[in-house]
Design a protein around this ligand. Sequence first.
Ligand code: FES
Length: 318
Amino acid sequence: MIAAKAIKTVAVAVSSVDEPLPGVKRIVLNDQDNWPLPPFSPGAHIDLHLGGGLVRTYSLCNEPAENDRYVIAVKREAAGRGGSAYIHDNLEEGTFVGVSLPRGGIQTVDSALNVFIAGGIGVTPFISAIRDLELRGQTNYVLHWSSMGAPSLIDMLGEAMAAGRVKLYDTLVEPVPDLAAILDAYGSVCKAYCCGPAGMLDAFENVVCSWPDSRKHIERFTPPKPVQSPSLKAYTVVLAKSKKEMTVEPHVGLLKTLEALEADVSVSCGGGICGACRTRWLEGPPIHRDRILSSEEREQEVMVCVAECAGSRLVLDL
Ligand code: FES
């Protein structure tokens, strides 16, 4: 994990841990002195700073109205990079952890149907969004949720289940759902969201590739492999506020150059999927390689962990 300067964290304590399904732990975090926690949007992300440079990002699965706790759910990934195993083995009631301020989240719409498509533990941000909709009296949503065997956090979706707004698919006994057919059935009057394994996200991305950004939302937690452009040339990165600049050599890249400049930018995933390094750009244009900014947002902002510059000068608002 790349170190970053001035990472802002909040110290929280684990107040409870349970295991709603073998291999999935639900962890509740509170302020140590029971003060309200920084507010968040439905399904916002927080980074857990676990010590020794280990940082992992999770979606909050409780609703923003609960301002005194953050709830996350972590599946032990046997073939993962070690973060989920660390959490499963070390976090228990009373453990202190540093967490980042919540960022991002899901912007649901009130004027159209919200269609959530989840695979396994990818349901977490949608639980938060659904509970938020319900609290606001909104029933304009449906959740299509596939998992291998029993789903893991079903107790958090009691109202949605009772109202018949959740369609479950057990992929141990039935085929994976046909996302094109599902979305087709709702026509152009929905906003669609997807979070789950890479195969599901790719299938979803294919189906909605021609949809406007305002009608789709994809949550990724595994950064795609970095791409190197062989035609990339050296350029100058300028930090407008701190008045520093440096040449970015193609083999070094923007992020490492920003590190050398001690730029005040937070980095978590390092792969353009979490939003931690979101930065305003003033002159460029940047080459965007993230997976989260909309084309409109890209006109002003850039995820510097994966970006480069298409011109000779990239000026950042840092
Ligand atoms: S650090 Fe996650 S998007 Fe840049």
